[in-house]
Design a protein around this ligand. Structure first.
Ligand SMILES: [Zn+2]
Length: 380
């Protein structure tokens, strides 16, 4: 059984009209699913309590968010990452962020108590938030709170992050935790925020060999990405055999994304979502929680997350987007939106560059797998 999780309060997580993390993307998605004849019928979460947040965040940090939310001036933006250009403070921030965490935590509850086999949380995925600091548009780390809940109930969790940015917050919070396998595929931190996620970041203490990073070259296109994904993810899941899979399904690895340089198509995303479901079936009895994440291109993000939703629910994928939806959002946003669900075949990068990038990514993947073998099958 699939359960959708969503609450209109998610739309209040809004850093302002000039900020890329706009709730408009979510409104477009819900409207698109409605027009496609598959309206979302969600369960609504409650905002999480302070105690829930303290399972992964420091008390000082939660107090700082609450104070900033009450309008108290942020005296040291660098200390807690609040009041920065990435994370400006807005009224209602604490509550809106707690709703996002509540949705992901509800998803974990539903999976743990067998109320659902698959959950799609139509929000969240705030993977950059650290224990004691906001970062990269993320205030509270909903993924970490949900994973911590499952761990505290004796489960093991594999976390798969396909957002174009490294899932640094989740990795750091569970860096020494043996019951959490993290896998992040992202554009290399040499070129992109947050600058981490190198192959050598394998975890520490009992968590070593259980934090996997695939830093891909800029301009990586779909074929090379999917090869790296298939070389690493099923092998890691087959070894780890998690009780649950949590997937951060950010859409910013798409070619149109303004903040990053990977070149995935909507077709590639559909394949990725199918594989995630397939691996969940194969390695953890189908128990998987999907969240959204980054993704800043209004031309592609609603289509990608609609594909996620349709794939999870087993609905057919329409080839054309509803004309009424296009017209409404074109007028509202003043942009020209594509007519088709899927992208035309990309012309870039040209073949020599494509091969060079594919070779580079292959060597990164091999280096990662080589460095893991002693931890997985050796005597370390
Ligand atoms: Zn991102």
């Amino acid at each position: 059984m699939v359960i959708d999780v969503y609450d209109p309060n998610y739309l209040a997580y809004d850093f302002g009209p000039a900020h890329p993390f706009s709730p408009v993307r979510l409104e477009m998605l819900l409207d698109l699913l409605h027009e496609l004849g598959h309206p979302v019928g969600p369960m609504a979460p409650q905002p999480v309590s302070r105690e829930d947040l303290l399972t992964v965040h420091s008390e000082e940090y939660v107090s700082a968010v609450e104070e900033a939310d009450r309008g108290e001036p942020v005296t040291d933006p660098d200390r807690f990452g609040l009041g920065t250009p990435d994370n400006p403070v807005f009224p209602g921030m604490d509550q809106a962020a707690r709703y996002l965490v509540g949705g992901t935590l509800l998803g974990a509850h539903l999976l743990f108590y067998d109320k659902a086999q698959t959950v799609i949380q139509l929000g969240g995925g705030m993977h950059h938030a650290q224990r004691d600091r906001a970062s990269g548009f993320c205030v509270y780390n909903d993924l970490a709170v949900a994973i911590r809940y499952l761990l505290d109930h004796g489960a093991t969790v594999a976390y798969l992050d396909i957002d174009v940015h490294h899932g640094d917050g989740v990795q750091t919070i569970f860096y020494d935790e043996p019951s959490v396998l993290t896998i992040s595929l992202h554009e290399s931190g040499q070129y992109l925020f947050p600058g981490t996620g190198e192959v050598h970041e394998l975890g520490k203490l009992h968590g070593r060999g259980r934090k996997l990073n695939v830093p891909l070259a800029p301009f990586t296109e779909a074929d090379s990405y999917l090869r790296a994904f298939s070389a690493v993810v099923p092998q890691a899941l087959a070894w780890f055999r998690p009780d649950f899979l949590v997937v951060q399904a950010g859409a910013d690895a798409h070619a149109g994304d303004p903040l990053a340089d990977l070149l995935l198509t909507t077709q590639a995303f559909e394949t990725l979502f199918q594989r995630c479901l397939e691996y969940a079936d194969k390695f953890c009895r189908g128990r998987v929680l999907f969240t959204l994440g980054g993704g800043y291109d209004v031309h592609s993000v609603p289509r990608i997350w609609a594909l996620l939703y349709l794939t999870i629910h087993g609905h057919p994928v329409a080839s054309e987007l509803p004309a009424s939806w296009r017209q409404r959002w074109q007028e509202r946003l003043g942009v020209d939106l594509p007519a088709a669900m899927h992208d035309p075949n990309p012309a870039y990068p040209p073949v020599p560059l494509r091969e060079e990038i594919a070779d580079h990514n292959r060597s990164i993947t091999n280096r990662l797998l080589d460095s893991l073998m002693p931890y997985w099958y050796g005597s370390v």
